[in-house]
Write a new protein. Sequence first.
Length: 125
Amino acid sequence: MTDRFETGMKVRRAVLGDAHVDRAEAAKTDFDAPFQSMITQSAWGTVWADETISRRERSMLTLALLAATGNFEEIPMHIRASANTGASKEDVMQAFLHVAIYAGVPKANHAIKLAKATYAEMEEN
């Protein structure tokens, strides 16, 4: 394993939580192992590991980019991760308000719907 992979795995666990990463690792197959390695090294070991901006800010950027590009399936995961990054509900709403202005109200509206459902689920557990 590379240093970037090991760093990425540490950051991934810190942001997403051990339970999430353990489930992802358990579900990994020979087919998707190269992809899992790539995202661990590049997303988590490079971008998320960089200390230029805080994890709180990175969390807000990630949520805004996911919503703006219509990649809604990852929003609940990153809403849950905000509990570990320090991004508050107010921070997340500000990110989605930016999405509404710069990328479209329907995308922001859908992201907010997903966030509300995920926050409600988190409060139940």
